[in-house]
Design a protein around this ligand. Structure first.
Ligand code: 4NP
Length: 148
């Protein structure tokens, strides 16, 4: 799960997806990272943590990290939160195999539409609630894909 700073959208995606997989008993490794280095080592934004606490999800343990090229080998799927993150990851990809692992997260819900999860960093709490709703729908869809 990859966004820009790894303090808002992708840590939320990680927490939501971990919970969804856990509920279904799926042992799938989930992690998140940012394409930028600004916030390395920081916990998720307090507004992101607060939104997820409302849904019984604790992401206080998460610390921001920058996406490393090695993750293309380590993970089966790499999901970008928005079109800019996707473009950055595509630029880092070196092989067709890398590129085949890459997609935008909302394409699991709306295939081929390339819908971005809006960056909530400069907005208010409603932006974080919207990110939650979008990511929850994507997480439910991913679980369905894994089970079927
Ligand atoms: P994220 O949000 O990419 O969802 O973690 C942002 C966090 C920080 C910044 C931008 C977006 N920033 O410019 O510091």
């Amino acid at each position: 799960m990859v966004c820009l700073g790894n303090i808002c959208r992708s840590p939320m995606a990680e927490g939501i997806l971990r919970k969804e997989f856990e509920i279904k008993g799926l042992e799938i490794q989930v992690d998140s990272a940012g394409t930028a280095a600004y916030h390395i080592g920081e916990p998720a934004d307090e507004r992101a943590q607060k939104e997820l606490r409302k849904h019984g999800i604790d992401i206080s343990y998460e610390r921001a990290q920058k996406f490393k090229y090695e993750y293309f080998a380590e993970y089966d799927r790499i999901f970008a939160m928005d079109q800019s993150n996707y473009a950055d990851l595509l630029y880092m990809a070196k092989t067709d195999k890398d590129r085949a692992k890459l997609d935008m997260i909302m394409n699991v819900v709306d295939k081929g539409r390339n819908i971005s999860i809006p960056d909530p960093y400069y907005g208010g709490d409603e932006g974080f609630a919207r990110v939650y709703r979008m990511l929850k729908s994507a997480a439910e869809k991913l679980v369905e894909i894994e089970i079927n």
